[in-house]
Design a protein around this ligand. Structure first.
Ligand code: GLV
Ligand code: MG
Length: 306
């Protein structure tokens, strides 16, 4: 499987300042972990958090999870030291660096160049560490196409609803839920679709951000199902209780998976043995486009072990 297609149904946030959570996260069934140096870490704990994250990456057993470190954004003084300390300290155990609040392609290119220099210095494979870009404000969204094209290291574009809502003055305090008073549709639809189009254009994964009502698993599923239905690949989880829900929502159901495999088998038979294009499968007409849709579901099902 290519790096860009790594499983990311559930992406678990782990504060870098909490050694307890850095240990606990290792045994949880999330597809990805991101060890955070940004908003879950207080300014006075940032330097200590870098050391905790390096130690957890080098000494921990992450059991095949995708290992990501979220650094601070480029409007702060912390970003360059975050990248240098964690990649010099644990680069061989990092799959991606996540850059929050990305606003321009140049910011991604800055990270790409810095990673190249550190990889060269440390004798790591050049280009081996990927980049995940968070879109968290209007400027980032307006520039999302160029951001998605900015570096071959990019693997995902992530929607950050909390910062995004704040940046556009959306009138809600409940992250992930609809703003009260907007009763004509989904207030996030445009943003999600915009991110999804940029991601798909450049063959990246599209990841939905957090749902902060961590005890409301049904609410989490309701919101997750929306982005999953559009085609998003996964969602952030902030609490162990959200992990199984994300893994379930971002995997096809057994029924859909079986149906997809049936379409693939039938289509293969009719097009190669009978040399026909559009054919009937029960009451359903299938053609080359149906095959492509079935392939997407089948690939996700196979990755989920169905
Ligand atoms: C995540 O970083 C968010 O702001 O939603
Ligand atoms: Mg944020």
């Amino acid at each position: 499987m290519g790096a860009k297609a790594r499983p990311r149904r559930s992406c678990l946030a782990v504060p870098g300042s909490s050694t307890k959570m850095l240990t606990k996260a290792q045994g949880l069934p999330a597809d990805q972990v991101f060890l955070d140096l940004e908003d879950s870490v207080a300014p006075l704990a940032k330097e200590e958090a870098r050391k905790n994250v390096v130690a957890a990456l080098n000494d921990g057993d992450w059991g095949g999870k995708v290992r990501v470190v979220r650094v601070n954004d480029l409007t702060t003084k912390w970003t360059y030291r975050d990248v240098i300390e964690v990649v010099e300290g644990a680069g061989q155990n990092i799959d991606c660096i996540m850059l929050p609040k990305v606003q321009t392609a140049a910011q991604v290119q800055w990270l790409d160049m810095l990673l190249t220099q550190i990889e060269q210095t440390m004798g790591l494979p050049v280009g081996g560490i990927g980049i995940e870009a968070q879109i968290e404000n209007a400027k980032g969204l307006v520039n999302v196409d160029e951001i998605a094209a900015a570096s071959p290291r990019l693997e995902t574009i992530i929607f950050g609803p909390a910062d995004f809502m704040a940046s556009i003055n959306m009138k809600s305090l409940v992250v992930g839920e609809q703003p009260p008073g907007y009763d004509v549709g989904d207030a996030y639809h445009y943003i999600l679709m915009r991110i999804l189009m940029a991601a798909r254009t450049y063959d990246l994964q599209a990841i939905d951000g957090p749902y902060l009502q961590i005890r409301d698993v049904e609410g989490f599923k309701r919101v997750a199902r929306r982005s999953a239905a559009l085609g998003f690949d996964g969602k952030w989880v902030l609490h162990p209780g959200q992990i199984d829900a994300a893994n379930e929502v971002f995997s096809p159901s057994q029924e859909d998976y079986d149906h997809a495999e049936l379409i693939l088998d039938a289509y293969e038979y009719y097009t190669t043995v009978e040399k026909r294009g559009a054919v009937m499968l029960g009451d359903e007409m299938i053609d080359e486009a149906s095959r492509k849709m079935a392939l997407v579901v089948a690939a996700k099902g196979r990755a989920a072990g169905l």
